[in-house]
Write a protein that binds this ligand. Sequence first.
Ligand SMILES: [Zn+2]
Length: 49
Amino acid sequence: MTKIFWVACPECNGKFYCQWHELRHKRIQLLCPYCGHRFLDEESPEITE
Ligand SMILES: [Zn+2]
């Protein structure tokens, strides 16, 4: 089973999930599918893992 975590976009507050092993604590920018904003996981106002 692939581990995921949920984030919220700091720009539009849209929630989406990412692959935990690829993106969590990696300092790789996430791309919001709703508004196209790029941000780090640590910048998300809400993280559920
Ligand atoms: Zn967004």
